[in-house]
Design a protein around this ligand. Structure first.
Ligand SMILES: [Zn+2]
Length: 352
């Protein structure tokens, strides 16, 4: 997080809680957990404050030296201004104001968590956010997040626990919508009910597509697929992209085989997806010939399996850096990655 220290003190008047808070902020900076910055005069004072640990003092001193490097750097999303003369945490748009003593809580010495239904989804978002922050003209920035899988559909419960503990976390949830106008799935709804009352410590992103598989560029998926059948499925995705069948591309469940009979029988019915399939196959679809795809007529395309995010994560280093960078700065990615960077922004840890 982008944490800006905007207070002053005269050594004797800092309370024990405030000293502990400054120590935590110094350590967070030292370990590269948050981006902590302040005015030159404040950092000068903090870097020689005798009540702090050596590590904290070194961190404030290093921040002071790095100040010219970061001049003009603005937070990606919301940021925290730390004051001594405010009573409680408040949020006004992107600006959160927090009293210094709040940071005496141990949670500020821990890494911000990135929570998803599956660990591999969280790891992939972390990797992409890291690449996104490296596109910034400022050197020495990183994204510091702890990727966590929330045990599948339990992610809302996990988020609720973090809220009750006052922890700092970001959650990326699949919308599980069958089509653009569909209502959110149960997992996303639960997450939304938990995060909607949170001031700033919980950030929730609900994907504008059905699931992470719908977000991944076809060229990344292509890198993970081998074998004749898989390559054929990638060809299907490429054709959807080429022909602009975006509803199908964004809302079909590609983990499993896409079966026309299932889409016809689904409630709510996804007419927009069916119309994309109709335009893909060139034949009218009105009644479902069977219930389970066994008639052979309903099989639209084979499933890509459940481990695609993990496979993409493994294959990403083989895809050219420029290509990945072009994709994460286009479409839905910038808005998603900007929120993740906002929660996980940190200066590189200090090596002594
Ligand atoms: Zn059938």
């Amino acid at each position: 997080m982008f944490i800006q220290l905007e207070f002053d003190f005269d050594g004797a008047e800092l309370s024990e809680k405030e000293l502990l808070a400054i120590e935590h902020l110094g350590m967070a900076s030292f370990r590269g957990l948050h981006f902590v910055v302040g005015s030159r005069s404040l950092l000068e004072k903090l870097s020689v404050l005798p009540q702090l640990s050596n590590f904290s003092r070194v961190a404030f001193k290093r921040t002071l030296q790095r100040l010219p490097t970061f001049s003009g750097l603005r937070p990606a999303g919301f940021f925290i201004v730390v004051k001594r003369d405010c009573l409680e945490e408040t949020r006004n748009g992107d600006l959160v104001t927090a009293p210094l003593r709040v940071f005496s809580d141990e949670i500020w010495t821990e890494r911000v968590e990135l929570l998803c239904e599956d660990l591999s989804d969280a790891q992939l978002y972390c990797e992409l956010a890291q690449r996104y922050v490296q596109l910034s003209p400022y050197r020495g920035l990183q994204v510091s997040l702890r990727p966590l899988g929330g045990g599948g559909t339990n992610v809302g419960v996990e988020l609720e626990q973090r809220k009750s503990q006052g922890r700092v976390a970001i959650c990326v949830a699949d919308s599980d919508k069958w089509h653009p106008g569909d209502s959110l799935g149960d997992v996303a709804k639960k997450c939304l009910s938990v995060a909607s009352e949170a001031l700033y410590r919980l950030c929730l992103i609900i994907l504008p597509v059905r699931m992470i598989e719908n977000l991944l560029p076809t060229s990344w998926i292509a890198g993970t697929q081998t074998g004749r059948q898989s390559i054929e499925q990638v060809r299907f995705l490429e054709q959807m992209d080429e022909r602009g069948l975006i509803k199908l591309r964004r809302f079909a469940n590609f983990k499993d085989a896409v079966l026309i009979c299932k889409l016809i029988r689904a409630r709510p019915r996804s007419d927009e997806i069916l119309s994309d399939i109709q335009s893909f196959t060139g034949r009218a679809i009105e009644i479902a010939p069977c219930e389970d795809g066994l008639c052979g007529e309903c099989h639209f395309m084979g499933g890509l399996g459940g481990s695609l995010p993990d496979q993409v994560l493994q294959c990403l280093p083989n895809i050219g850096r420029c290509e990945v960078n072009a994709q994460i700065t286009d479409g839905f990615f910038p808005a998603i990655l900007m929120d993740i960077v906002g929660m996980g922004l940190a200066a590189a840890p200090i090596r002594v």
